[in-house]
Ligand binder design. Structure first.
Ligand SMILES: NC(=O)c1ccc[n+]([C@@H]2O[C@H](COP(=O)([O-])OP(=O)(O)OC[C@H]3O[C@@H](n4cnc5c(N)ncnc54)[C@H](O)[C@@H]3O)[C@@H](O)[C@H]2O)c1
Length: 322
């Protein structure tokens, strides 16, 4: 049976921790926050209640959100008071190992020995933080994305000792808060930031090489492959485009940019086995049944048409250049 997380402490109630506390309180958990001082905690507490009300009034959150957050969120005087006797503690203090280490020591000294402890670190591998945590079987990364009240995905990163019942309990809590989650291995940057930073690095190179301006790079990303990303990840996109096509394109990249853009082994082996994606019935995403393909095309077309309507309705972002 999955352990049920009912009570939560969020330590570090700034930009991310505050949003996380709001999301979990709105999801029905009883949440307490603690920041660097009593005053900072109170200031963030008032901000979070005010924002929940504003988001509801703006129609961004459903009716009842403000009342939910008010009923389920409270401010603690100290970290020790916040974490005593909760089922789950989420750490969201600055990405500075020394600060995280000191905070983990305080959390572990006051929390129940079986309380699950999550860290919202963006990049630090779990194994580098494990030395600061007692009972590491209850420790993992629970990485929310910015802005936490609005972005649904959460990355989970397990340490060597993290047990499955801990992962299951966190997944169950996130699902109750309307969040989706995926578990990945313990490497710096995990999946989200590794991919995001590669994109930013390559975008920088493109600008430095004089190929395009930052504005034009942003326009191309938003209006071409970025347009697909809310619906499909890179593997599903490649499956729909054709893996044989991708394999040919990688040859051009490899001759221009060398080994770092060589055809990936996984792609090579699929193509060698005649698995070209949707067109051959099998690809990165496994096998496709013929009736699934028709449904996929219909879904894709509808998704992109709706995306175009949404962008039309919203208009350009305030920083878009004419
Ligand atoms: N900002 C992002 O886009 C983003 C996204 C995902 C993950 N993260 C990660 O989330 C964590 C927090 O980042 P943030 O953007 O919310 O930073 P932030 O500066 O907005 O918030 C950090 C909070 O921690 C508090 N704090 C500092 N020292 C403390 C202590 N000793 N005890 C208790 N509280 C203390 C600060 O007062 C502040 O309120 C970092 O690990 C960061 O890498 C950030």
């Amino acid at each position: 049976m999955t352990r049920k997380i009912k009570t939560v402490a969020v330590v570090g109630a700034g930009y991310m921790g505050g949003g996380i506390a709001q999301v979990l309180a709105n999801g029905g958990m009883s949440v307490v926050i603690a920041d660097v001082s009593k005053e900072a905690t109170q200031h963030n507490f008032e901000r979070l209640l005010r924002e929940a009300g504003e988001f509801e009034q703006q129609g961004l959150f459903p009716k009842g959100t403000e009342a939910n957050v008010k009923a389920n969120l409270r401010a603690a005087v100290t970290i020790e008071e916040a974490v005593a006797n909760v089922d789950f503690v989420e750490e969201a203090v600055p990405e500075i190992p020394a600060i995280k280490a000191a905070v983990f020591e305080r959390i572990c000294s006051a929390a129940r020995p079986d309380a699950i402890i999550g860290t919202n670190t963006s990049t630090l591998p779990v194994h580098t933080l494990v030395p600061y945590v007692t009972n590491p079987e209850r420790f993992l990364t629970v990485h929310f994305s910015n802005p936490a009240p609005f972005i649904p995905g959460v990355e989970l990163v397990c340490g060597e000792a993290t047990t499955q019942d801990v992962v299951d309990a966190v997944k169950d809590m996130l699902a109750r808060a309307n969040r989706s989650s995926a578990t990945v291995a313990d490497r710096p940057g995990f999946v989200l930031n590794r991919l995001q930073y590669v994109l930013l690095k390559e975008a920088n190179s493109i600008v430095e090489e004089g190929i395009a301006t930052p504005e034009d790079v942003d326009t191309i990303v938003r209006s071409t492959f970025g347009f697909r990303l809310p619906f499909f990840g890179p593997f599903a996109i490649a499956d729909m485009a054709g893996l044989d096509v991708y394999a040919n394109c990688f040859k051009t990249f490899e001759s221009a940019f060398g080994e770092r853009m060589a055809t990936p082994e996984l792609l090579k082996s699929l193509v060698a086995a005649g698995k070209f994606g949707t067109k051959s019935g099998e690809g990165f995403s496994g096998k496709f049944e013929p009736e699934q393909l028709a449904a996929l095309i219909a879904y894709r077309n509808k998704a992109y048409a709706r995306m175009a309507q949404l962008l039309d309705d919203l208009g350009p972002s305030p920083i878009a250049r004419k």
